[in-house]
Design a protein around this ligand. Structure first.
Ligand code: SAH
Length: 346
């Protein structure tokens, strides 16, 4: 007997499922039920679909796989942050983090296994990029940590940031596909306004976001507004110079009318001089933006040391003086290596 090549049922849209049910002589409304189990309840086996008759569950299991992800391990920080290792169907691992605060619960999710970029201050860049996550895997990551948030924190996730492993704009189609499901009512129904995509700055793809009229927020990891400095800490930016980044962000703002958040770490002796501050101010004058000064989380590279508190305040005051919105973001989950840039550290 020929062995049936099983397909991942989650690669089937509702319409495709309906067609399958119709052609196999099943009731078409079952497709909606199955779809709900997959996308709203996030089950990982057909046996969990309790309102589906046994015989149909068997048929489904004979024809399909559910390539689900599982939360392999988790660690809880003293500050309430939870870091998860998520195992994909092929055994590869990504990490995602739940960050609770008084107002919101933020899920920080990964878009790739490893990363192809080379930001030398980031732990993930030491892992080479193994593969992109598909949109179902990204969605599942969000759905499963949202469930985990309900169990541990009595509330589902309220906000999502694409600030985990990988460069989301280098996995464009799947990230956008996942966000569609995350925001859709049949999915998790989280509003686009509560989703932020963080990119290290791929100009062509930033323009594409604008052209696609996406509704979520955009953050760019700038870290320096001086080309020579930026190239040293993020060598890939030789190919994506600041002039192109500026042009793409102007375009983003023109089309979407949205402000971009600039993520910025201040390091001792790297970008803590007055010229660095002035370059950042000039950059912000060209693009409607707000600056998020983020704390550096050590990954054991001795070249990088967080600048002094005084330097951070100097930056903040200089930006405020010219009316550029600025905030200081303190780090969460440091004790378990769950903070920005620390994923894959252990
Ligand atoms: N590739 C995307 C998303 C992943 S990184 C991007 O670069 O934006 C998410 C944020 O953490 C980025 O702003 C990144 O620059 C920052 N980051 C990386 N390493 C860090 C570290 N060691 N300490 C603090 N922030 C770090």
């Amino acid at each position: 007997m020929n062995k049936i090549e099983k397909k991942d049922i989650r690669s089937f849209s509702l319409e495709k499922l309906e067609l399958f049910f119709q052609s196999s002589g099943e009731k078409v409304f079952r497709a909606k039920q199955v779809h709900k189990w997959l996308w709203q309840k996030g089950v990982s086996s057909f046996d969990e679909m309790t309102n589906i008759p046994n015989s149909l569950r068997l048929t489904l299991a004979e024809n399909f796989l559910i390539n689900s992800i599982i939360i392999d391990k988790n660690q809880k920080s003293r500050d309430g942050t939870i870091k998860n290792s998520i195992k994909l169907h092929d055994g590869l691992i990504v990490e995602s983090v739940i960050i609770p605060s008084s107002k919101r619960i933020t899920g920080c999710v990964s878009s790739q296994v490893g990363c192809s970029l080379d930001c030398i201050f980031c732990a993930t860049s030491s892992l080479k990029r193994m593969r992109n996550l598909n949109s179902d895997e990204i969605f599942d990551q969000v759905a499963s940590i949202s469930k985990q948030s309900e169990v541990h924190l009595n509330r589902p996730l309220t906000n999502i940031v694409f600030m985990g492993m990988g460069e989301p704009l280098l996995n464009y189609k799947n990230v956008i596909g996942a966000i569609k499901k995350i925001t859709s009512r049949d999915g998790l129904g989280i509003s686009s306004r509560r989703i932020t995509l963080s990119t290290s700055g791929i100009p062509k793809m930033i323009k594409k976001l604008a052209d696609d009229r996406v509704k979520f927020k955009l953050a760019v990891s700038l870290h320096s507004a001086r080309q020579s400095t930026r190239e040293k800490i993020m060598p890939f930016t030789r190919k994506f110079p600041l002039d192109d980044l500026i042009e793409s962000l102007k375009y983003w703002n023109k089309i979407t009318n949205k402000v971009v958040t600039l993520e910025y770490i201040i390091w001792k002796d790297i970008n803590d001089k007055i010229e660095d501050i002035n370059s950042l101010i000039n950059f912000c004058k060209e693009i409607p933006s707000k600056v998020n000064l983020i704390e550096y989380n050590s990954i054991g590279n001795s070249k990088f040391k967080q600048a002094s508190k005084a330097k951070v305040i100097e930056y903040k005051n200089a930006l405020e003086k010219v009316k550029i919105p600025v905030s200081i973001r303190s780090s969460r989950g440091k004790d378990i290596d769950a903070a920005c840039g620390q994923l894959a550290n252990r």
